[in-house]
Write a protein of this length. Structure first.
Length: 750
């Protein structure tokens, strides 16, 4: 009999260990799966946040650089530039305007002073000649709180400076953006230090030969301060030039150290690339190790181009997050997913332990030794375990439960279980405890957190599982207790992050609406006095007999008409971006549409000696917004005529059925004009963009026509594309989806 009991005990113990191993294996596998899922999610969230941060910072810097390019092009085209060139070629006197060199210099100085006054980040504008060691001709600079013109005697020679040498090789109209360096005066670094970006463009005389350079000095200190601000305190930010020299560094004194010490450390000296891990593969960040500390970082980087004529001079912006911080966030993200499975496994383990406890209570001394082994196992559990009798007196507690509530084991044993509950819940719990008879595991609150009371009186969120067990003929309640404090802290932090993200989204949407409203209001405010100017000019032109005055008024009318077109385009663009522009769909005659196009654009083509050829094979009637269809065609054909000097402009329209009630319309506008490069084609549909700055100066225009055309096409379920070769012409293709004409509509054709 004793032998049979021994065999039975060993069999039960083996079964218990096997089931614990199965539960442990399940937990281990689920933990690994949860960690993988959380890591992938955290990697995706980090990638999204870091990419947004990079794009915002890089766009601000790139927008500032593009503005400098436009500004220096404008300053190179003001009248005093040409006047100074003519005076220099004629011993100090501009014969064309009967104006001496010094007077032209004074006018240019006044323009430069007004330009500097408009932006406190601009601190110097110069006209540098190519003669006499590249001596400055005009120099205006910001000194403390005032803007001063530098006297002739203090003008410097800049022939040895790198930005002068590089810019003198540029073609007319090109802009050179210098490397970002500390500003120097008379060969010495200016104090306090001033990080500087220079925009330089050559200027020509009447013979088309370069006679000097226009230079803008821009203080990038404000941009660098903005770049250094990050939302995540664990993230650090670095900005380097193409050689790896630091322009921005978290440690004071490291930025621009290469200007003070030729042996200063660079990015490649401080960080070594590591093979990508499973987390970084397929994402936009990589792993680097710091050579000084050995720490590993996840690094996201973005290239910031400096100018259109230096594709190899981009700056590198990098955001770094310690890998250990990232992994800690991954672990925290996986924890909530484990709670459900962990609680279920704890209840199973509790039931198994209850069975084993029952066996231990009825066994002899040999069973007592086994009970001690079981108690050791209970103490090693990470969740709290407690056993109480039918009167609610605690008979057994483990170390994890004592730590969760702040008591010692001796302080809890023999006490009522209500000691661990808030005072207002104790009486109700005592009544419920007397009626609890469940023999299957039960999770209190249906899985929702319940609250206990620590020794210091504070509340602790818990998840509790209960089951009735019988040991030695007596009934007990076995409880598993999981502390949810860390989970609550994680959820509160996540909630705060979501609230901040919603706030930023709302701010961005508000800013977009404000921009569209501003454009609309300002365009209307400007157009009202413009109509008055045009009306008065028309009246004057009729009444004046002086041919010169009539010619000047004609030019005024032409300029006002152009400005009116720009304002109309701005209004259209604002309405489209704000979602307020709607299409008026009605029957239209395709022949009438192209007749209107011929009457509008035919005269302009004939005046330039061009052949405007229109071929259309569309259905006689369609449905669509005739006003905006005509606007798209006039924009495309007008551009083709503007940029074509000889040859022809052709329009070919075809259609194919797209089901019983839709037509897919294809419009091709081709010219034999100046054409475009691939880089110019890439940005030609952006608002306020043309092929380049010289195109704007030569041909005029606002750069809005093609942007509006593409947006209108997309509103008609279509698009606009371009194919072009420099010197050979351009081909714009429009694909639209228009409803078929249904006579039952009863509307007259447009």
């Amino acid at each position: 009999m004793s032998m049979m009991k021994g065999v039975s005990d060993r069999w039960l113990l083996g079964l218990l260990l096997a089931m614990c191993a199965v539960v442990g294996g399940f937990m281990y596998g689920f933990y690994g799966y949860s960690m993988d899922q959380s890591a992938a999610r955290q990697a995706a969230e980090f990638e999204t946040a870091i990419r947004l941060e990079l794009e915002q910072k890089a766009s601000k810097f790139a927008d500032g650089a593009q503005k400098l390019e436009r500004d220096v092009g404008f300053l190179a085209s003001v009248p005093p530039i040409a006047g100074i060139a003519r005076a220099l070629d004629n011993k100090g006197l501009d014969a064309q305007e009967s104006t001496p060199l010094d007077l032209w210099r004074e006018r240019l100085e006044a323009i430069y002073q007004a330009y500097l006054a408009a932006d406190d980040q601009l601190f110097q504008v110069r006209l540098i000649g190519n003669q006499d060691g590249a001596r400055e001709i005009v120099r205006v600079q910001r000194q403390a709180d005032r803007i001063a013109v530098v006297p002739k005697a203090d003008l410097q020679r800049k022939g040895g400076r790198d930005y002068v040498i590089r810019a003198q090789t540029l073609p007319s109209g090109a802009v050179y953006l210098s490397p970002v360096t500390l500003n120097r005066e008379l060969g010495q670094i200016e104090q306090p230090e001033r990080p500087t970006l220079r925009a330089v463009t050559p200027v020509d005389n009447a013979r088309g030969k370069s006679y000097g350079l226009v230079v803008i000095n821009f203080d990038v200190g404000g941009f660098l301060s903005e770049l250094a601000k990050v939302n995540d305190p664990a993230v650090s930010i670095y900005l380097t030039n193409p050689g790896g020299d630091y322009l921005l560094h978290p440690q004071a004194g490291q930025a621009f150290a290469f200007e003070r010490d030729a042996a200063a450390r660079r990015w490649q000296d401080d960080f070594l690339p590591l093979p990508d891990s499973r987390l970084t593969q397929g994402n936009s960040f990589h792993r680097f190790r710091a050579t000084a500390t050995g720490k590993t970082y996840l690094v996201a980087e973005r290239s910031i181009p400096l100018g259109s004529f230096q594709p190899d001079s981009s700056l590198n912006l990098r955001l770094l997050l310690p890998e250990e911080v990232f992994m800690a966030r991954v672990s925290a993200g996986a924890r909530p997913q484990l709670l459900t499975a962990f609680m279920a496994s704890l209840i199973i383990a509790a039931a198994l332990l209850g069975m084993y406890l029952r066996l231990m209570f009825v066994r002899n001394m040999e069973a007592e030794q086994q009970r001690e082994m079981l108690e050791t196992a209970i103490d090693s559990l990470q969740c709290g375990m407690a056993m109480a009798d039918r009167k609610g007196i605690l008979q057994r507690v483990n170390r994890a439960l004592c730590e969760a509530f702040g008591y010692t084991e001796s302080e809890l044993l023999g006490q009522s279980v209500e000691l661990l509950l808030p005072e207002e819940k104790r009486e109700q719990h005592a009544l419920l405890r007397q009626t609890f008879t469940a023999t299957q595991p039960v999770v209190l609150g249906g899985g929702a957190p319940v609250f206990g009371r620590r020794r210091d009186g504070s509340a602790v969120p818990l998840q509790i599982g209960l089951v009735n067990i019988r040991v030695g003929g007596q009934s007990y309640v076995l409880a598993s207790v999981l502390d949810l404090s860390q989970r609550f802290a994680y959820e509160e932090a996540l909630s705060a992050q979501n609230a901040e993200l919603e706030l930023r989204t709302a701010e961005a949407e508000s800013a977009s609406r404000a921009k569209s409203s501003f454009l609309t209001n300002m365009s209307h405010e400007i157009r009202t006095p413009l109509h008055g100017i045009m009306g008065l000019a028309t009246i004057l032109q009729r009444k004046l007999d002086d041919p010169i005055a009539r010619e000047l008024l004609g030019k005024l009318m032409s300029a006002a008409t152009h400005m009116q077109d720009v304002l109309n385009n701005v209004l259209d663009l604002a309405r489209i971006e704000s979602g307020k522009l709607t299409l008026s769909i009605r029957p239209l005659s395709t022949q009438a549409l192209f007749d209107k196009l011929q009457s509008i654009c035919g005269v302009a083509a004939a005046n330039k000696g061009l052949n405007l050829r229109i071929e259309q094979a569309l259905p006689e009637m369609l449905q669509g917004d005739v006003v905006h269809l005509l606007q798209m065609l006039v924009n495309l054909v007008g551009n083709a005529i503007k940029f074509t000097e000889q040859g022809e402009v052709s329009v070919v329209a075809t259609a194919s059925a797209d089901g019983p009630t839709l037509w897919r319309v294809h419009l091709l506008v081709a010219d034999t004009g100046i054409g475009m490069t691939e880089a110019q084609q890439a940005r030609i549909f952006e608002a306020f963009e043309q092929a380049d700055g010289s195109t704007t100066r030569r041909y005029g225009g606002s750069g809005l026509g093609l942007a509006i055309t593409r947006r209108l096409a997309r509103m008609m379920d279509g698009d606009v594309t371009v194919a072009s070769t420099p010197g050979e012409g351009s081909r714009f293709t429009v694909d639209l989806c228009l409803p078929a004409y249904l006579p039952a509509d009863g509307q007259p054709p447009a």
